[in-house]
Design a protein around this ligand. Structure first.
Ligand SMILES: *Cc1c(COP(=O)(O)O)cnc(C)c1O
Length: 479
């Protein structure tokens, strides 16, 4: 399989194309665009029918294999996937704590919640990062290379990335979080991992300061030790999207695919998770609707409602993992909206860069609206939805998931179409919202019940790029 970037025209001879391994290791393309497959693998109705009843890991192998494009041999790929989604409770290997990996829980006559929070860090990001860490380790080891993973986190990404990379000899991971500005559970999930290759850095600044330093470090990599490369694990990395496509198939198959269309409601921030649903549809899965569910940081909702994608100041919400000003993966959908014309996309992104807003031609926008619906939910309605769902079904949802549930209540989708809300995090990670909803925060699951007593290790640094880069050089094991 060949990958192109969103900013090079499809089919254009000088377009930069890459194979799976390079895409995995690169993150952002040199033209500033994001990698996408030149063509999606296709699954016919009959092929989809053959997938019914497969356990999660076997389904994952079938879906992911064509994306790896022969660059990872089948036996190895199968093993990496089996390890990533293993549910046996062995020491260190145990990855997911529910036998179904991504169980469905019914909350209405035709509504389900797909629980994506049974992984080691209790958020859906484990689905991608368990596999990404293993893929990176394999490819680097095979090439005899070392890499530094560098990322900024406001919460869930950091811990999932650390869990995914902690066992790798080929990776040193550095995760920046804003000093004293992440919740205690979220901080401890990162800082209690005491592996040699894991470096947690609390930056005396806010999340934007952390992210700015990460971006600058990717833009100018001259600070790196010799023979190391820098790898991105945020959702611009294609392999993350790829891993997430699997659970759309998993849910739809359980609810009647390929013979019945299924709708998904997705709590959305950077548009990565929901874009995986769009890819699943492009591969032949009968996805009837994709619901973009945002909090008050609603740039995506405004786009789908009014064709007005416009940057606005960040608001801190009770669903912090969706607090974004712009959605980094939205560019991938925009490319399709522009008829896969990468030059036009590059122009549009330039306009956005200079003016902070963009629009697409009316006809293209109307067309995409056949597939997507959107809904915005503020903090008050998030809490009332948590309370109402609990009252009416006994189910306790985290605030991100509640926003997905709320969107289905607000929108009038075909009552006969099964609807699945993606539950992106376990409610124990967000006690503030649960308590504001008048409910008691649940206790930590058994495998982390001692989290608040575990030893922590992290360094506190000033918001200063040279200081950070010197620290990275000094702490890298292979330098
Ligand atoms: C990251 C995250 C999201 C948003 O996912 P995107 O792929 O950025 O849209 C939603 N909920 C939770 C709990 C998350 O951690």
């Amino acid at each position: 399989m060949k990958y192109i970037t969103t900013r090079s025209s499809y089919g254009q001879s000088k377009a930069e194309t890459k194979g799976f391994q390079d895409v995995l290791l690169t993150g952002l393309a040199s033209d500033g665009g994001l990698y996408i497959p030149a063509e999606l693998p296709q699954f016919s109705k009959e092929a989809i029918r053959q997938l019914r009843g497969l356990p999660y890991n076997e389904l994952a192998f079938t879906i992911i294999k064509p994306f790896a494009g022969g660059e990872i041999d089948d036996t190895t790929l199968k093993q990496l996937i089996d390890d990533s989604y293993s549910t046996t409770t062995g020491f260190e290997q145990s990855s997911f704590s529910h036998r179904a990996v991504a169980p469905l829980h019914q909350i209405g006559s035709n509504e389900w919640i797909m629980e994506l929070f049974h992984g080691p860090t209790l958020a859906f990001k484990d689905f991608a990062l368990q596999l990404l860490g293993r893929l990176l380790n394999h490819v680097l080891t095979e090439r005899g290379e070392k890499a530094i993973v560098l990322g900024a986190t406001s919460g869930d990404t950091g811990s999932a990335a650390i869990e995914g990379c902690r066992h790798s000899d080929a990776l040193d991971i550095f995760i920046l979080h804003p000093y004293q500005r992440v919740s205690e559970v979220q901080r401890r999930q990162m800082t209690s991992v005491l592996a040699d290759n894991v470096n947690n850095i609390a930056i005396k600044g806010n999340f934007d300061d952390c992210q700015a330093m990460v971006k600058q470090s990717f833009a100018d990599q001259s600070f790196l030790p010799d023979n190391t490369r820098l790898v991105a694990v945020n959702s611009i990395n294609w392999a993350r999207i790829m891993a997430q496509v699997v659970y759309y198939f998993h849910a739809a198959l359980l609810l009647g695919a390929p013979d019945r269309e299924v709708a998904f409601s997705v709590p959305t921030g950077n548009f990565g998770d929901i874009f995986a649903g769009y890819i699943a549809r492009g591969m032949g899965l009968p996805v009837g609707k994709l619901v973009v569910a945002t909090n008050q940081n609603d740039i995506l909702h405004r786009f789908f409602k009014d064709n007005d994608y416009r940057k606005q100041p960040l608001e801190h919400s009770l669903s912090p993992s969706m607090d974004i000003m712009v959605s980094s993966n939205f560019e991938r959908l925009l490319l399709d909206m522009l008829g896969r014309d990468g030059n036009r996309l590059a122009q549009l992104m330039e306009t956005f860069q200079s003016t902070g807003k963009l629009q697409v031609p009316e006809a293209n926008w109307l067309e995409i609206k056949n597939l997507f619906e959107s809904c915005r939910t503020d903090d008050a309605d998030t809490c009332s939805t948590i309370a109402q769902l609990h009252r009416e079904t006994g189910y306790l949802a985290d605030p991100h998931t509640a926003i997905g549930v709320r969107a289905l209540q607000e929108l009038n989708l075909d009552p006969r179409m099964p609807k699945v809300v993606l539950a992106t995090a376990h409610p124990v990670k967000f006690p503030d919202a649960v308590e504001k909803a008048g409910l008691q925060s649940p206790s930590l699951p058994p495998h982390m019940s001692d989290l608040l007593q575990r030893e922590e290790r992290y360094s506190v640094l000033e918001n200063d790029l040279p200081e950070l880069q010197a620290f990275i050089r000094q702490q890298t094991r292979h330098a």
